[in-house]
Design a protein around this ligand. Structure first.
Ligand SMILES: Cc1cc2nc3c(=O)[nH]c(=O)nc-3n(C[C@H](O)[C@H](O)[C@H](O)COP(=O)(O)OP(=O)(O)OC[C@H]3O[C@@H](n4cnc5c(N)ncnc54)[C@H](O)[C@@H]3O)c2cc1C
Length: 308
């Protein structure tokens, strides 16, 4: 991992900076590249523009590692109200949540209750799925176990897995019997060196290997493979491989983030691929935004330009 990426990931976890950097006007201005605004109205407005050109969405309210269970209940209630709004407006929007925002550090039982309330509502009112984001590797095993528990009772839950972790290929194998919905990503956190592939090429290779596994299994099993990446080379390799396997364009899906590779998003939609765009919103954007900067440290120049 290069030095600037390491520093940015360290900054994403630093308490002192977490309290001060979000107050800086030029940083607040720069954040707009990756999120349409802090409120759900901002997100809904952006969603309607995307839906015009045939791209459905995923919504996530930013926040993680809350310290009181009452905060988790507020997050749950926020999503329950949001589901009603999405239904009322008849929009194609799924939800993706972080378990530590629903109380995972405090009570597993409360987290399950909060999460399943959202899942149940999404199933009944939107007929769509709720995904679980994958946080840092301290949570990987617990998150997968949590997913398995929920998947037994609800078919409309998905989980994110990270290609940078050595363990992911085996995790996929173990999840296959659950007919999972799996969103593959490269991984966004600062991780211990003994758990992750050491360079980008190795992570990309592992992503491709995991994607192949999901695609080939999707022919026999009821699984939903989602490839969340902006890496055009990887996307083209996945499309070629699916083509070789005779898997139709609509049997797998791509996802990308709001503000990144917008033209590619539109092109994939125009070419008949399934693509969803994730829109993040909310006031607690600092750690999430720092991870976006770390993915492409050149983004720092964009932040600096906003000083003037
Ligand atoms: C829908 C979605 C959900 C995600 N959920 C999770 C999750 O739950 N857990 C998790 O750990 N990670 C998650 N991520 C983040 C993911 O792990 C990567 O950090 C992120 O997607 C960047 O990797 P990449 O696959 O785009 O490839 P990269 O090799 O990093 O990037 C490929 C190209 O995309 C462009 N690009 C990528 N990132 C940026 C950026 N920030 N700014 C500008 N250009 C950029 C650049 O042109 C770059 O060359 C998610 C990503 C997406 C799209």
């Amino acid at each position: 991992m290069n030095i600037s990426k390491n520093i940015l990931l360290w900054m994403s976890e630093n308490k002192f900076m977490k309290e001060r950097i979000p107050e800086l006007k030029f940083v607040r201005k720069a954040v707009k590249k990756f999120m349409p605004g802090e409120t759900e109205e901002d997100a809904l407005y952006a969603a309607e523009q995307y839906l015009h050109f045939g791209v459905p969405l995923v919504f996530t309210k930013l926040g993680e590692n809350i310290s009181r269970l009452s905060e988790a209940q507020e997050v749950r209630d926020h999503y329950l109200k949001l589901i009603d709004k999405i239904k009322e407006k008849n929009l194609d929007i799924e939800i993706s949540v972080k378990l530590t925002q629903l109380g995972f550090d405090l009570s597993e039982e409360e987290t399950i209750n909060n999460f399943l309330a959202i899942v149940k509502n999404a199933k009944e009112k939107l007929h769509n799925s709720v995904f679980i984001d994958m946080e840092n590797s301290l949570y990987t095993k617990r998150t997968i176990d949590f997913y398995k528990k929920c998947k037994k009772d609800f078919d409309n839950v998905g989980i994110c897995l990270q290609a940078y972790l050595f363990r992911t290929e085996k995790d996929i194998e173990e999840l296959l019997s659950f007919n999972p919905s799996i969103r593959m990503v490269k991984g966004a956190y600062k991780e211990p060196y003994d758990l992750v592939f050491k360079n980008k090429t190795m992570v990309d290779n592992n992503f491709f290997l995991c994607a192949n596994k999901l695609l080939s299994e999707s022919a026999q099993k009821k699984i939903r493979p989602v490839f969340a990446t902006h890496d055009e080379k990887l996307i083209n390799s996945i499309i070629n491989e699916a083509d070789k396997m005779g898997i139709s364009k609509t049997s797998y899906e791509f996802q990308m983030l709001y503000g990144i590779k917008t033209e590619l998003q539109k092109k994939l939609a125009k070419d008949g691929f399934v693509i969803r765009v994730l829109i993040a919103y909310g006031e607690s954007w600092y750690p999430w935004y720092m991870r976006r900067l770390a993915e492409r440290p050149a983004n720092i120049w964009f932040v600096i330009k906003n000083i003037y």
